[in-house]
Design a protein around this ligand. Structure first.
Ligand SMILES: [Zn+2]
Ligand SMILES: [Zn+2]
Length: 190
C-alpha cells in the first residue's frame, strides 16, 4: 500500500504528511498548521500500524463475542422453561392471586346468604304478626257472636252475622295471600 500519496480530503492538491491520532485522520501540512497544531501527530505509516492493530483487536473481540453468544444461546435452549425459577415464581404469584379471588368470592357469598336468611326471618315474623292480629280480631268477634246468639235479638243477630261473615271473608282472602307475598318478596331478594 502506498502511504506516501494519500490525497488530503480537504486540500486535494496536497498529499497527506502525517496522521492525527486526536482526530483519527490523515492530514496535509496545511491541515496541520490550520487545525491539528498541538494534536497527537505521528508518521502516516505509524498511524497506519496503530489503526491496523486496533482493527485486528476489534476483529478478534467480535469473533470472541460471536462464540460467547452462540454458546449462551445453546445453553439457553437446554433450559426447561417449566422447571425454571422464573416460571415457578410467576406460577406461584398467579396461584396466590387465584386464592385471593376465591376467598373474596366465598366471603361475598356468605354475606349474601346471611342477608337472605335475615330478610326471610324478618318476613316470617311480620307474617306471623299479621296472622296473630287476624286471630285476635276473629276471637273478639266470635265472643260477641256467642253473646248475641243467646240474646235472641233479631236485629243484633243480623248485624253480628254481617260483621262476623265479613271478617271471616277478609281473614280467608288475607291469609290466602300471605304465603304468596312471602314468596314474592323472597324472589325479589334473590
Ligand atoms: Zn489538508
Ligand atoms: Zn487533529
Amino acid at each position: 500500500m502506498d502511504l506516501k500519496h494519500i490525497k488530503c480530503k480537504e486540500h486535494d492538491w496536497q498529499s497527506c504528511a502525517m496522521f492525527c491520532l486526536t482526530c483519527d485522520i490523515s492530514v496535509c501540512t496545511t491541515c496541520i498548521s490550520k487545525i491539528h497544531n498541538g494534536h497527537g501527530l505521528v508518521e502516516i505509516n505509524e498511524g497506519y500500524n496503530i489503526k491496523m492493530e486496533k482493527l485486528k483487536n476489534e476483529h478478534k473481540k467480535a469473533k470472541e463475542k460471536i462464540d460467547e453468544l452462540t454458546k449462551r444461546k445453546r445453553e439457553m435452549s437446554h433450559v426447561d422453561i417449566a422447571s425454571s425459577r422464573q416460571y415457578k415464581d410467576l406460577i406461584e404469584k398467579i396461584e396466590a392471586q387465584n386464592a385471593k379471588i376465591k376467598n373474596a368470592a366465598d366471603k361475598y357469598t356468605e354475606e349474601i346468604k346471611r342477608d337472605v336468611s335475615k330478610k326471610l326471618s324478618d318476613l316470617q315474623k311480620e307474617e306471623f304478626s299479621k296472622v296473630d292480629n287476624v286471630i285476635d280480631n276473629l276471637h273478639t268477634l266470635s265472643l260477641n257472636a256467642g253473646a248475641v246468639i243467646h240474646s235472641h235479638n233479631f236485629t243484633q243477630v243480623l248485624t253480628e252475622y254481617e260483621t262476623l261473615s265479613q271478617a271471616i271473608n277478609l281473614a280467608e282472602t288475607g291469609l290466602g295471600t300471605i304465603s304468596f307475598h312471602f314468596q314474592q318478596r323472597y324472589l325479589r331478594i334473590s
